[in-house]
Design a protein. Structure first.
Length: 162
């Protein structure tokens, strides 16, 4: 029993004696497949930002990736209208710049158009019809938001912390 106790103590103290820094912070699995990494990053950013309601909890790099992935999920699930509704327009001010930051040029243009439509406060049917055109253009876009946002995150990984 004493031997086990001494071994536990040695295993704990040895890195300190050798000057090795130990951390309890989790790190992202940057070398894993894209689907896992996307989910890992998005889940963590959701927790940090209280699912997007606390933008101040994220740094600028994390905000870019969060809003890109959030837009992709919401538009694929229910269109731009769903994105605007579920985010209470809290992210509109950085939506276009975030798309440009990851080099999603086509989607950046669609976001500009969709935000302009949303800002007009049109009759609901007219607004939905116009946003539906943006949705269809989004579905046809060649911009791969997952791949582009993960490339951006990997290029800036020092800014992504658990």
């Amino acid at each position: 029993m004493r031997l086990i106790s001494k071994l536990k103590h040695t295993i704990f103290i040895l890195p300190i004696l050798l000057g090795v820094q130990c951390s309890t912070h989790k790190i992202y699995h940057w070398d894993t497949d894209d689907d896992f990494l996307r989910d890992e990053i998005f889940d963590n950013l959701c927790k940090k930002s209280n699912y997007g309601t606390n933008r101040d909890a994220l740094n600028d790099y994390e905000k870019v990736v969060w809003v890109v992935l959030k837009l992709e999920m919401e538009v694929n699930n229910g269109g731009f209208d769903q994105f605007f509704f579920n985010t209470d327009d809290r992210w509109n001010d950085i939506l276009v710049s975030s798309m440009k930051a990851i080099k999603a040029w086509n989607v950046a243009e669609l976001c500009e158009k969709a935000i302009a439509i949303e800002a007009k406060h049109l009759d609901l049917d007219e607004q939905l019809e116009l946003l539906n055109e943006c949705d269809n253009a989004f579905y046809d876009s060649t911009d791969n938001l997952t791949a582009l946002s993960l490339q951006y995150a990997k290029e800036n990984k020092k800014h992504f912390k658990y």
